[in-house]
Design a protein around this ligand. Structure first.
Ligand code: NAP
Length: 571
């Protein structure tokens, strides 16, 4: 790898300013607060919202939700790029649809609807009075003498919380590649998670009207890039799409919600549909495939055999490899069917295993490359070699552009304190970074010894990983809220995971891990395999190998079958 490939910048100075909140009055100030609460939640995205909703359901009213953003929504608050939508079916992705009464307009919902659904959860559970927005948590320290977390914020608040739930998001730290010359660029540049509509014109729901005379480059062709490219292709005078590795882009097949079908659904349908989807992706036999979209085609472990072939006559490894190849072959065939220029079509074809990168689904992405104003520059895994004052150097050629847009993603599965941008110190001043950088050890991926009264949602590590992220957040949020409710009823002021429980869970996760290092080593460098360094994995390190359904059942059983008594030191 050369140029910026595989290396990302520390976001400082001008590059940190690129990530200021464009949706609020940054000068707005309020008086600092000082108060005691039962629970403090960090983050107002789906994990924080679901935690708060579950606290309300459990009868706990004394809590605050702190978020640096100006509203609820988390990732959907920040990511408002043109074309933004969720490629997981809206009927399973949007949590608590039945309770809130949201009806998604489409099978795959646009981002602004998901943001609005987040706000609706906030209104439904009357969470707005409990929220402190535009408030960056700066530190959390365990105060043993008070048996509380002492939480400080950039607004000079001091909040003493009996319990803390961290939902600061596994994908919220934007990444800018460390490309030589990036600081010398004199044109305009921004990252997709802070879309600059002042520059491009338009909005998430209206077309961009200020790019008609602009030469635009977009760097990155992951899930975000795939959604943005068709919009930029229509709006820009010229569009350069900088590709390091092609994504596998399957059919999306979006459609308006069939209202008759939606209204016919029986109570409890959403949970059933979510579980069915995750069971199919985990290879658990089901009598029907309720969602039945491309996720289950590309991700399902079911073998793909041709007529007359006998999977039983092959080794498991052979069946696996053949299935993998045939699924990716379908993706490659689609490119030939859509993209007219054979050179571009060849460059767009992904040649790697289907679990190497996150699959994407889109019906206009490939078509965009048939437009005359769109050029694909495949950098052959090298990435952008250099940025000059006026453009980019790609595969040895200069491209002059007015604007560079980075669709270069986020730090994957960042530690909760790092992604939240605060320091976190537990018993005796021990930093969470100190403990988890040495070795990730936990009970259920949510609690860890030396950090009493703390619950972490959404680490992926040692907990359930699923592509339908809010589904597993929901189980963890319920678990945290229910456990806290029980502890408050018991009058417990301190709970800490026992050493034995932490050791047992950590060992169990290692034993059950389905991590396949050999497979990942054969992948092109990317975020799933630590940019080609499988010693440096984040997302795929020790998730609970039993899958999300088993994990959800296990934590529910733990609460009701004496787990708390066995695995927690209580005072
Ligand atoms: P991403 O998946 O990390 O993709 C980043 C892109 O930037 C990749 O194409 C990467 O190339 C490229 N890149 C990195 N450094 C580069 C360099 N120096 N030169 C050229 N290219 C470079 O980020 P993302 O697309 O924002 O997606 C992040 C995550 O957000 C996804 O995994 C997904 O979970 C989530 N997401 C979900 C949806 C949805 O619909 N549910 C939509 C958008 C995002 P390589 O491919 O070679 O690594």
């Amino acid at each position: 790898m050369q140029g910026g490939a595989g290396r990302y910048m520390e976001l400082e100075g001008r590059f940190a300013e690129m990530f200021a909140d464009p949706y609020v009055d940054l000068a707005a100030r309020r008086d600092p607060i000082s108060r005691d609460v039962d629970v403090l939640i960090v983050g107002g995205g789906f994990s924080g919202l679901l935690a708060a909703a579950n606290l309300r359901r459990s009868g706990i009213q004394d809590f605050v939700i702190v978020d640096k953003a100006g509203d609820f929504g988390g990732t959907w608050y920040w990511n408002r790029y043109p074309g933004v939508m969720c490629d997981v079916e809206s009927y399973i992705y949007l949590p608590m649809i039945e309770e809130i009464g949201t009806i998604p307009s489409k099978r795959y919902a646009p981002g602004h609807e998901i943001l609005e659904h987040s706000r609706a959860i906030g209104r439904h559970f009357e969470l707005y009075p409990n929220a402190l927005f535009q408030t960056q948590v700066t530190s959390l320290k365990w105060a043993e003498d008070q048996q509380r977390w002492c939480v400080e914020t950039a607004q000079n608040d001091v909040i003493r919380a009996r319990f803390v739930i961290l939902g600061s998001g596994p994908l919220n730290l934007p990444r800018l590649p460390d490309i030589p010359g990036i600081e010398s660029y004199t044109g305009h540049m921004f990252h997709t998670c802070r879309w600059d509509y002042d520059y491009t014109g338009g909005s998430p729901t209206t077309s961009m009207d200020r790019l008609a005379d602009k030469r635009v480059a977009i760097v990155g062709t992951g899930a975000t890039g795939v959604q943005v490219v068709p919009e930029l292709a229509i709006a820009s005078k010229e569009l350069i799409v900088v590709q390091r590795t092609p994504s596998a882009v399957g059919v999306r097949d979006n459609a308006p919600t069939d209202m008759a079908w939606f209204k016919s659904l029986k109570a409890g349908w959403q949970r059933q549909r979510m579980e069915n989807f995750d069971a199919i992706l985990a290879g658990i036999p089901q009598t029907e495939n309720l969602v039945g979209d491309e996720w289950s085609n590309i991700w399902s472990p079911e073998p793909v055999m041709l007529e007359g072939e006998d999977a039983g006559a092959m080794s498991l490894a052979e069946v696996y490899e053949l299935t993998d190849f045939r699924r990716m072959e379908r993706v490659r065939q689609r490119i030939d069917a859509v993209v007219k220029d054979p050179v571009t079509a060849a460059a767009l074809k992904p040649y790697y295993g289907r679990f190497c990168k996150r699959p994407c689904f889109h019906d206009e992405y490939l078509e965009a490359f048939n437009r005359e104003n769109v050029t694909l520059v495949d950098t052959g895994s090298r990435g952008v070699e250099r940025i000059t004052p006026t453009g980019l150097e790609l595969a040895g050629r200069q491209y002059e552009v007015d604007c560079i847009i980075f669709a270069t993603g986020f730090e994957l599965a960042a530690r909760a304190d790092r992604s939240g941008g605060f320091t976190l110190e537990g018993v005796g001043g021990r930093a969470l970074s100190d403990k988890w950088d040495q070795e990730f050890r936990s009970l259920h991926g949510m609690s860890t010894r030396d950090f009493p009264n703390l619950f972490v949602i959404g680490t992926f590590r040692q907990s359930a990983g699923t592509i339908n992220v809010p589904y597993s957040f929901g189980d963890q949020a319920e678990h945290a809220a229910e456990t806290i409710a029980i502890l408050l009823r018991l009058g417990a002021t301190r709970m800490e995971v026992t050493q034995a429980a932490e050791d047992a869970w950590t060992d169990q996760c290692k034993q059950k891990s389905r991590r396949d290092l050999a497979y990942l080593r054969n992948c092109t460098p990317g975020s799933y395999n630590g940019e080609g360094n499988t010693e440096n994995l984040s997302l795929l390190v020790d998730p609970y190998g039993g899958g999300p359904l088993e994990y959800a059942q296990l934590i529910r059983d733990w609460r009701t079958n004496g787990g708390m008594k066995r695995d927690l030191d209580l005072a």
